[in-house]
Write a protein that binds this ligand. Structure first.
Ligand SMILES: Cc1ncc(COP(=O)(O)O)c(C=O)c1O
Length: 290
């Protein structure tokens, strides 16, 4: 998207099995002696791999170099399901949306903007109209929007915020962490590999699972869809057909998770995937004690 907008991008590829490495951010910024880099852009929860980047550590890496770049974070699949602190972690622009932890259809976007980012947007030369913060902030002060708001979704948002408050955010985050751990225990019991290699970076909202040997993930996903009407996430890009994803984001409870894991374990047998049995039991045992 940034390239299409005519920006110069220094894309740092990574191995898709870890979150963003704070040391690489530090090195890149230290090398930028002319301070040409305007912003460091990071995805908090990488929905395609199940790796969660350590935002506070990346902030510290930026600060160690004393680089003035803005720090921008995509929290689309973490907002409302994973602990995230825009102010405390010193983020300049946080982007969220309605369709994941807020449990709504797609259609709403949220920006949290620091004073530094707001000041930068005033002198920025990229054309903008619909996405102009100034116009939005001015109208929001009186409870209005500069253009037609997605009214129906705002009614839904009021209800989803009420649900999150009723459960308590700490409980919501804990529920996702607990389901993440139960899922990983099932995956290990099946004898399969979790794509994310760093336990500190395990996503609490989804787990990407590597298929054994050269067995295709998409044929397995098709079997599960056909037999049990359950849609598992696919692998994207270079992970296509290599991984499937188990998501438990948003409105989700223990029985829904166990049903999901049952569908996978039964799907292994139906599709002839080489996996051990007992994953569902391992997840149930964990949920019973935690
Ligand atoms: C981390 C992340 N960023 C961004 C998006 C939004 O992408 P798009 O609006 O193109 O579906 C998604 C998916 O909804 C996502 O999971």
């Amino acid at each position: 998207m940034a390239l299409r907008l005519g920006l110069e991008v220094d894309f740092v590829p990574g191995d898709w099995r870890h979150g963003v490495d704070p040391a690489i951010v530090e090195k890149k910024l230290a090398e930028d002696r002319d301070r040409k880099i305007k912003s460091v852009n990071v995805v908090h929860n990488e929905t395609s791999t199940g790796c969660l980047s350590r935002i506070a550590k990346i902030r510290k890496a930026i600060d160690r170099v004393g680089h003035p770049a803005l720090f921008m974070v995509d929290t689309i699949s973490s907002l409302g399901s994973t602990d995230y602190r825009h102010d405390e972690w010193g983020v300049d622009v946080t982007v969220g949306c309605s369709q994941k932890g807020l449990m709504l259809p797609p259609g709403l976007g949220f920006n949290a903007v620091s004073a530094k980012a707001l000041a930068a947007s005033k002198s920025a030369r990229l054309p903008k109209s619909y996405w102009s913060w100034e116009e939005m902030l001015a109208a929001n002060k009186t409870g209005f929007f500069p253009s037609s708001p997605a009214t129906n979704l705002l009614y839904g948002l009021r209800e989803s915020l009420r649900l999150l408050e009723e459960e308590g955010l700490d409980n919501v985050f804990d529920r996702h962490r607990r389901h993440g751990e139960a899922t990983r225990r099932a995956v290990r019991t099946w004898g399969l590999e979790i794509l994310c290699l760093n336990p500190e970076e395990y996503s609490p909202v989804l787990t990407a699972v590597v298929m054994p040997g050269d067995q295709g993930a998409d044929a397995f996903r098709a079997t599960v869809l056909e037999k049990f009407n359950m849609s598992l996430g696919n692998g994207l890009g270079k992970l296509k057909d290599r991984v499937f994803r188990i998501g438990h984001l948003g409105d989700f409870n223990d029985l829904m998770l166990i049903g999901t894991l049952c569908g996978i374990e039964m799907g292994f047998a139906a599709a002839g995937v080489t996996a051990k049995k007992g994953g569902v039991s391992a997840a149930m045992d964990y949920l019973a004690t935690r």
